[in-house]
Design a protein around this ligand. Sequence first.
Ligand SMILES: [Fe+2]
Ligand SMILES: [Fe+2]
Length: 147
Amino acid sequence: MARTPWKIEWSDALSMENRQVDAEHQHFIRLVNELNEAISDQRRDRANVERIMVLILEDALTHFAHEELLFCETAYPGAEEHTQRHTELIGIFQQALKDIHHTESSRRWVEIGLTIKDLLVEHVVNEDRQYISYLRNNSDNTAPKGN
Ligand SMILES: [Fe+2]
Ligand SMILES: [Fe+2]
């Protein structure tokens, strides 16, 4: 089967083994896939691309706030750094929304979509994994692994 380079497939590598955080990440991934699908659509429907980008921003704000609450509850030592990264990501998403609005270049849209995808995967795999592993060792707040 031909692979779609912009598509994020959910896999165990992305799982935090925390039901709620996984559900939020899965939702986020769906939106980012939707964004890239809209970007690669020949109709180049700017309103639709912008609509999805706004949803991504809103979703990120809610999800990051939830993670930051977990940092507080568990006195996560990496909280400051991780929260700073969330702030940077929100800034990048806001800029992406502006760029989509102001550019006609389809190549630029593709770049933006791929950047958002890469940033999301990187953040989940590197930074989120660290606090989840801390959480697992410091609270009973994780969902059972299940089989
Ligand atoms: Fe996250
Ligand atoms: Fe995070």
